[in-house]
Design a protein around this ligand. Structure first.
Ligand code: AMP
Ligand code: ZN
Length: 116
């Protein structure tokens, strides 16, 4: 799945609305429609990459940028001091439901470990 079939590509294109918290050259971030914590933001590349499993060496900088952006958003949203979690679900057992690489940023409450 890619491009026109992909929900997150549609959000990148503006064809599906989202509550954006960041719009950059290579990444965007928006609030999860079904938040699992008081702060739940998704950081995604504009480029369609199906999962971490299909990311390539050429995506090295992009992946680093995505994590640093998540940290920036955590600071901006006021959860950095108390702590937060970044998660990339990959594949079926990983719980991935949208096949466009995304980093979950979760914060605003104490999060259990291990995840279910
Ligand atoms: P994952 O299960 O890791 O693939 O995460 C996909 C996430 O996308 C879930 O947390 C969903 O709640 C979220 N999601 C699905 N559709 C939308 C949407 N239209 N806008 C914002 N978040 C969405
Ligand atoms: Zn996509």
């Amino acid at each position: 799945m890619s491009g026109s079939d992909c929900l997150f590509c549609k959000i990148v294109e503006g064809a599906i609305p989202a509550e954006l918290v960041h719009e950059g050259e290579r990444l965007i971030a928006f609030r999860d429609i079904q938040p699992r914590a008081p702060l739940h933001v998704l950081v995604i590349p504009r480029e369609h990459i199906a999962s971490l499993g299909t990311a390539e060496a050429s995506h090295r900088d992009l992946l680093g940028e995505a994590l640093l952006l998540a940290a920036d958003i955590a600071r901006a949203e006021g959860v950095a001091d108390d702590g937060y979690r970044t998660v990339i679900n990959t594949g079926g057992d990983g719980g991935q439901t949208v096949h466009h690489l995304h980093v979950h940023l979760l914060g605003g409450r104490a999060l259990g470990w291990p995840p279910g």
